[in-house]
Write a protein of this length. Structure first.
Length: 333
């Protein structure tokens, strides 16, 4: 047709791609300026009072100041953390919904039969907050003072000694089942929907033992409400210098750690993930919060971004997935 300029196909595709790229950049820039445009929600998939809930609420004021919006903490316990995680996995990737999860996040794909999301595909890693050893403790009313005492009592009264965990299929549960196998004992598992209810029943003497992170256990130890027996790290943490590790108690190369991580729905824009990771980190680096997390609760802060959390999660899934399959451990749903 007269007056028509024909553009080679390759040139046309190149120009179209550049136009699309420009549009995407323009959209991202505009979205970055408008976000956040409303309240942000952090879902904690456990009951109030546990370590995950504590971390979320410690970070909350700083996040509100830095992001200039309301930050809501929503507790959605159940399913070993999968109910809350599933809510976030199905949320819009708009930067308004986040998941602050515990170590069960790595075990759930192998222990929960009807998990509604893919742990690695549907949730993007944001921030590895920190790690801490577990502590096995007992009510002051019980006679146990060492791991040897516990093993002897469990052998004398098979299936009589009760063990409270933060949930079936949690790392604490898996670690204690691994220890039980090595020790040749059977403990009665009592799962809870978070560290708060678990600690309350331990203090009240409704269970014989509890395995929980230092974050959940240390406040009770400091008040003398419960007695520590062993810790699960490679070395003793300073605040529990008189409490031996499981390795020191006769079970070589035994290590298990609680950990906390922040996740976002898949397809959440990377600039939002980077911004929240940075602001969450800054919020936790407040001197008061550092004292609460490190000095008081013995959490070793990591505060590494998406790439490290992604690698760490894969390592944890490989380790505890193998234990769950070997022991045939399934989470109650």
């Amino acid at each position: 047709m007269e007056g028509t300029v024909r553009i080679p196909r390759r040139t046309f595709l190149h120009l179209a791609a550049r136009a699309g790229s420009f549009a995407a950049v323009t959209y991202s820039a505009a979205y970055a300026q408008s976000w956040p445009s409303g309240p942000i929600k952090i879902v904690v998939p456990f009951a109030p009072g546990g370590s995950t809930d504590v971390i979320a609420r410690l970070a909350q004021p700083g996040l509100q100041r830095r992001l200039g919006t309301t930050v809501i903490i929503e507790n959605r316990p159940g399913g070993s953390g999968t109910i809350g995680a599933g809510i976030v996995a199905k949320s819009a990737p708009d930067g308004n919904t986040w998941l602050l999860d515990f170590d069960t996040h790595a075990a759930n794909p192998f222990t929960v039969a009807t998990i509604s999301y893919d742990t690695e595909r549907d949730l993007n890693p944001v921030l590895l907050i920190g790690t801490a050893p577990y502590v096995l403790s007992t009510p002051m009313s019980r006679p146990f003072k060492t791991l040897t005492d516990v093993v002897a009592a469990a052998k004398q009264a098979p299936s009589k000694i009760s063990l409270a965990t933060v949930g079936a299929g949690s790392i604490g549960h898996l670690a204690m089942m691994m220890l039980s196998k090595r020790a040749g004992i059977t403990l009665v598992h009592v799962p809870y929907r978070g560290g708060g209810p678990q600690m309350n029943d331990l203090i009240a003497g409704h269970v014989d033992l509890a395995i929980a992170s230092t974050a959940a256990t240390l406040p009770q130890l400091q008040t003398g409400a419960v007695r520590p027996i062993v810790q699960t790290g490679a070395v003793r943490v300073p605040t529990l210098a008189n409490v031996p590790t499981i390795t020191e108690s006769g079970f070589a190369d035994f290590e298990a750690y609680a950990w906390w991580g922040l996740f976002a729905p898949s397809r959440t824009p990377q600039f939002i993930i980077n911004r929240v990771a940075a602001e969450f980190t800054s919020s936790l680096r407040d001197e008061y919060i550092i004292n609460q997390l490190i000095d008081t609760q013995q959490i070793a802060l990591d505060l590494s971004g998406p790439d490290k959390l992604r690698r760490f999660l894969r390592e944890q899934m490989n380790l505890w997935g193998a234990i769950a399959r070997e022991q045939g451990i399934r989470a109650e749903e």
